[in-house]
Design a protein around this ligand. Sequence first.
Ligand code: LLP
Length: 454
Amino acid sequence: MSRALPKKLPTPQPNPRPFAYRNRTLHCDGADLTALATEHGTPLYVYSAEQISHRFQLFDQAFANRPHTICYAVKANSSLAILRLLAKQGAGFDIVSGGELERVRKAHKPALKKVVFSGVGKQLWEIDAALDADILLFNVESEAELHLLAARAEARNKVARFALRVNPDVFAETHPYISTGLSEHKFGIDINAARAIYRKAKKSKWLDPAGVSVHIGSQIRKVDPFAAALTRVTSLIADLRKDGHNIRYIDAGGGLGVDYGPRLSGSAHFDPAKQVEKYAAALTKGLAAESSHLLLEPGRFIVAQAGALLTRVLYVKKNGTKTFVITDAGMNDLIRPALYHAHHEILPIKQPTGKRPTKNKATNTEEESSEEENKVDIVGPVCESGDFFARDRALPPVKPNDLVLLLDAGAYGMSQTSNYNTRPRPAEVLIDNATTKLIRRRETMRDLLAPEIT
Ligand code: LLP
């Protein structure tokens, strides 16, 4: 459990950005991406351990004034080395499956006691495994799930700590696929129905109504909806206390957004330290005098900008007026643009000079002319028109075998990969303290075909 610190510590100094040009070549925390591509092949996910730790610390310190635990949302990036890195800094974890529970166990077993278990479709074996692991809290999303939880707790002679995940009916501006806090969404229990369910639960000696939880969506940039949701939750908690429940936890969910816009090209308007401070202030406003232990479930904010996807250009081709840059990474390696029309900045590994040499035929000498950016579609090899990373994007000229980097891919990148088109999933490297660690080897054909029976 994170401790409550008596007073706020100074906010840590922002890191230099993990991906930056040095000697006109992109590096991640000092590691040369060209060398990484040669050594490990492409597509390759590259992460900065320093940036991940830095983001975690920013979050932690923004809430230093109240008792809290940061339960990192495993789904954002579930690679074991990253979970271990965060666990070592005191993180708990928000999981949504028995598989994610196993990942936490494998990454850092003592962290199991700081796990919260969310999700609308928990299966019996997953509930059993979480009860056996003695996790901190079940975030229950329906009355039927609560019945099952009570039955399984009884069968194992355990008392299950739970929070109802309430749906506060608060609108948060984001992509419709990742918005969850309206009554039209499948998530949570109508906040107006919650009190009656807690009353019923009190009758079971196998259930401990320990908290209330809420999560309104992901990639939310304006912080007011978080405050509005918590205001509704704290008023429910006041009622629950009147009913005699011993509520000790408020789980405020995750959802704080990041800036996917241009970052290396000079715009510095996004300051993660300021963003998390604004978020903490909004939550504090919503919580008012409520002093329960605060659980937070950030995912994206911690890892998105610490990671990038390195890919090699296979071909450049023209169809009519359009130019396509075809890379060896596809939608199976990073699905966010295809699924949410998400924007990821794309940079050539070699920094453009702004000039390029051209031959002057008259004098037969090399001259410099300006290197113009062309509008291109950057696409993958998968057989779908939806397999694109960017459309009509200005990009300095690239040719086959050049490397390009898709930025801000640390969250919901690797964790949403698939083997579609029978493509092995990428390898991953973590740059930690000036050393490069391969944290996942590239899949082989053998890995892919192993489960199949002919
Ligand atoms: N807690 C719960 C209950 C969640 O459902 C989620 C995300 C989080 C925490 C973490 O939210 P974050 O802090 O990362 O926004 N694949 C999509 C995002 C899906 C988010 C699902 N739930 C994307 O690539 O944008």
